[in-house]
Design a protein around this ligand. Structure first.
Ligand code: NAD
Length: 487
């Protein structure tokens, strides 16, 4: 098995196996080949990981932020040196083409270690509050043991986006990757320790939806950060509420991408394609409802069809491949079922909708798909598909499109393409979303807060904002004179 790790879990600075846990296979989505066999964590493994984290955290929290940051920056350097090897592993784990993973996966994880490692020295300061003679000050303190639970679309990035701010703020982490993509996070743990992270501070355990609750319900866990679906978010936030744990929820979306008739057409089409087909459409912030102003509809669709049909589908390890398979057969079936509903409910299939020729039949491949004449009521316009399926909807006016764009329970992202600068700002001000783009789509650099509103979640990843979600404030009042007591 070509991607078999030394053991299933990484706890207290080392690989750990426990064959009592249910065995599961990791498949390479492009061929169906079994690339690793692992065991889910038993309750004993979960306890062991949390105990290691709890033990290690106080000493780590007592170090200076600069010293903690130095270790993270070293981990970033190692990740960049091993970008090729890590990218190949990410491609095996997810099926995403190497053309993408080599520029977007380990590198964005390394960005998080570099950014949080770099800002550590200045970003964890408290405040001095003058009160006349007396004064107060605040300290930003870590929460303790934080749990990270990941989705399968960006396994290495998610492991780093959660790990970097948690660690630099002085917390310990237990991370559970998705059962579909168990491999990348183990390498991240290995690299962090190679960079000098003391043992016990970043632990990885395997498991699925039955393992997650063992972490979320654990009494020694202070915070849970989930990247996953809205349905899972409701369960995790509900369970965390029982013991009033801190939570960050990075959930799903059905984001609008609005193209006005004055937009640069090639740019808008490029943005819409990236926002629907990158990572085979498995991106939470995708702009899957593409609203196109009626005057440019025909031009937009004909050029979109041409460019979509030129996408190179194939072996993800081939550098020329632009679109790989879906992560799993279950996800592929789900996407085909949505395509069936789109057709049944009267949307016009512009291109795609089937299985591409010339790729392994055992791989979970699907053609990039575009539907036009989609209306707001159709299932494909309302539910998150999480596959390469773009819905194009028509609109006439700015007020109309904003109302329709906002008519959803989700609020993760939104985008607008227009040459009119004031209109762009007017529109983003009125769109209900946490992360928005003007004249581009889906760029999420570590310097910028990322996260959603409404049912797409709360809390933010990346940027200085993330540190607030891995710390809490202590306020200390200092009296400079005797106590004035009426008693
Ligand atoms: P999922 O919700 O099925 O699973 C996410 C993770 O939660 C997995 O590790 C899973 O094992 C775990 N889990 C499931 N049930 C649990 C429970 N009851 N308690 C604790 N853990 C539990 O999501 P997925 O299918 O892996 O990923 C796709 C979803 O993730 C999409 O909805 C997508 O939009 C969302 N997503 C969001 C972001 C974001 O940043 N907002 C990023 C990537 C993916």
């Amino acid at each position: 098995m070509r991607a078999q790790p030394k053991a299933s879990h990484f706890i207290d600075g080392d690989y750990v196996e426990d064959a009592d846990g249910a065995a599961f296979d990791s498949l390479y989505p492009a061929t169906g080949e079994v690339i690793a066999r692992l065991h889910a964590a038993t309750p004993a493994i979960v306890d062991r990981a949390i105990a290691a984290a709890k033990r290690a955290q106080p000493e780590w929290a007592a170090m200076s932020p600069t010293a903690r940051g130095r270790i993270l920056k070293r981990a970033a350097d190692i990740m960049r040196e091993r970008n090729r090897e890590l990218s190949e592993l990410e491609t095996l784990d997810t099926g995403k083409p190497i053309q993408e993973t080599i520029v977007a996966d380990p590198t964005s994880g390394a960005d998080a270690f570099e950014f949080f490692g770099g800002v550590a020295a200045a970003a964890l300061n408290g405040e001095h509050i003058p009160l006349g003679g007396d004064f107060a000050f605040t300290k930003r303190v870590p929460l303790g043991v934080c749990v990270g639970i990941g989705a399968w679309n960006y396994p290495q990035q998610i492991a780093c986006w959660k790990g970097a701010p948690a660690l630099v703020a002085g917390n310990a982490m237990v991370f559970k990757p998705s059962e579909n993509t168990p491999l990348g996070a183990l390498k991240i743990a290995e690299i962090l320790h190679e960079a000098g992270l003391p043992k016990g501070l970043y632990n990885v355990i395997q498991g699925d939806r039955t393992t997650g609750p063992l972490l979320v319900n654990h009494k020694d866990v202070a915070k849970v950060s989930l990247t996953g679906s809205v349905e899972t978010g409701r369960k995790v936030a509900g369970a965390a509420a029982a013991s009033l744990k801190h939570v960050t929820m990075e959930l799903g979306g059905k984001s609008p991408l609005i193209v006005f008739d004055d937009a640069d057409l090639e740019s808008a089409i490029g943005g819409a394609m990236l926002g629907n087909f990158y990572s085979t459409g498995q991106v939470c912030s995708n702009g899957t409802r593409v609203f196109v102003q009626k005057g440019i509809k025909e031009k937009f669709l004909s050029r979109l069809k041409e460019r979509t049909e030129n996408i190179v589908i194939g072996d993800p390890m081939d550098e020329a491949t632009q679109l790989g398979p879906m992560v799993s057969r279950a996800q592929l079936d789900k996407v085909f079922s949505y395509i069936g509903q789109g057709k049944a409910e009267g949307a016009t299939l512009v291109t795609g909708g089937g299985i591409p020729n010339a790729v392994s039949a055992a791989g979970t491949y699907i053609q990039p798909t575009v539907f036009a004449d989609v209306t707001d009521e159709m299932t494909i316009a309302r539910e998150e598909i999480f596959g390469p399926v773009m819905c194009v909807l028509d609109f006439d006016s700015e007020d109309e499109v904003i109302a329709r764009a906002n008519a959803t329970e989700f609020g993760l992202s939104a985008g607008v393409f227009t040459a009119d600068l004031t209109r762009a700002h007017r529109v983003v001000d009125r769109l209900e979303a946490g992360t928005l783009w003007i004249n581009t789509y889906n760029l999420a650099p570590v310097e910028v807060p990322f996260g959603g509103s409404k049912q797409s979640g709360f809390g933010r990843e990346n940027s200085l904002a993330a540190l607030q979600h891995y710390t809490e404030l202590k306020s200390i009042y200092v009296a400079m004179g005797p106590v004035q007591s009426p008693y």
